[in-house]
Write a protein that binds this ligand. Structure first.
Ligand SMILES: [Fe+2]
Length: 280
């Protein structure tokens, strides 16, 4: 089977074909996937009916896996796998999307000192209407800023805070354990990709304010940068099919889930996250 890379027209993402992740990914295939990942930022693998163990093994090819702070979504037997589902064991829907923070623009685990390199998501159950995942290309977002704005933000740091992030997305309050596990951290607003050397905006819902700036002023700058980065012509919209596997580079993208009717539509995704470097 020959591995294929098909970039999408008018977008940065690409579809990878000619591979069976469940059964094996050889060195040559991994090399092509890795190069494509750096080039396209979001990769789509169609028709990959993985089990959780194969999903986890695929993630481990890219580095050390990182569990989620929210213990309620952890897979019972494989704690590195998170299950985000609105389907109860009896097959009915719970009526609510499992994590509201996923429905606002963010980059995964930026509230930690060493945020995610990549997230790998698979979709055993998809909504018939809504529930698309949207991606923003944060390298292009940076490149298309005015030169004045690039200079203004060059040396700024944002505070990323799990507690504040949950307040902003109207999620349940952080638990005492979560507060202890995820103290606020600071990251540069413009980060340099450790593998490509390209600069990207590094913001999103986990970023709460800008260090050394009045709270409101910093919030306004972050909101303006997000509005710029998420213009329609800069985003890729992923329409899920059953058994898609999606992986994205959290170091140079943001993403969010489009709303759907969580009372009518069943949606389950399984997630594996690979730990990355401290942003610089
Ligand atoms: Fe996410």
């Amino acid at each position: 089977m020959q591995i294929t890379v098909k970039p999408f027209e008018n977008s940065f993402a690409a579809e990878i074909g000619g591979i069976d992740i469940q059964n094996s990914v050889n060195k040559q295939q991994f090399k092509i996937i890795h190069e494509s990942f750096l080039k396209h930022k979001v990769l789509i693998f169609r028709n990959q009916p993985l089990d959780d163990e194969a999903h986890q093994n695929f993630g481990m090819l890219f580095g050390e896996l990182d569990g989620h702070i929210n213990k309620s979504t952890r897979h019972k037997a494989l704690p590195s796998v998170q299950v985000f589902s609105n389907v109860k064991p009896n097959g009915e829907t719970t009526g609510v999307h499992p994590e509201k923070g996923t429905q606002v623009w963010h980059t995964d685990k930026s509230y930690t000192a060493t945020p995610s390199l990549t997230t790998i998501l698979r979709s055993p159950e998809i909504a018939r209407v809504g529930g698309d995942t949207l991606f923003a290309d944060m390298t292009r977002a940076y490149d298309t800023l005015s030169e004045n704005m690039k200079t203004d933000i060059e040396n700024l740091f944002a505070v990323h805070d799990w507690v504040r992030s949950r307040e902003k997305s109207n999620e349940r309050a952080a638990t005492p354990d979560e507060i202890k596990a995820a103290p606020p951290v600071k990251h540069p607003i413009v980060r340099t990709h450790p593998e490509t050397g390209k600069k990207s905006l590094y913001i999103g819902n986990h970023s709460s304010h800008i260090l050394g700036m009045k709270l409101k002023e910093g919030e306004t700058i972050l909101a303006d940068l997000e509005a710029h980065a998420t213009k329609q012509d800069l985003i890729y919209r992923h329409k899920w099919q059953i058994d898609d596997v999606l992986m994205w580079d959290n170091r140079c993208t943001m993403h969010c889930v489009e709303p759907y009717d969580a009372a009518k539509e069943k949606r389950s995704v399984h997630r594996v996250v690979v730990k990355g470097d401290a942003p610089v």
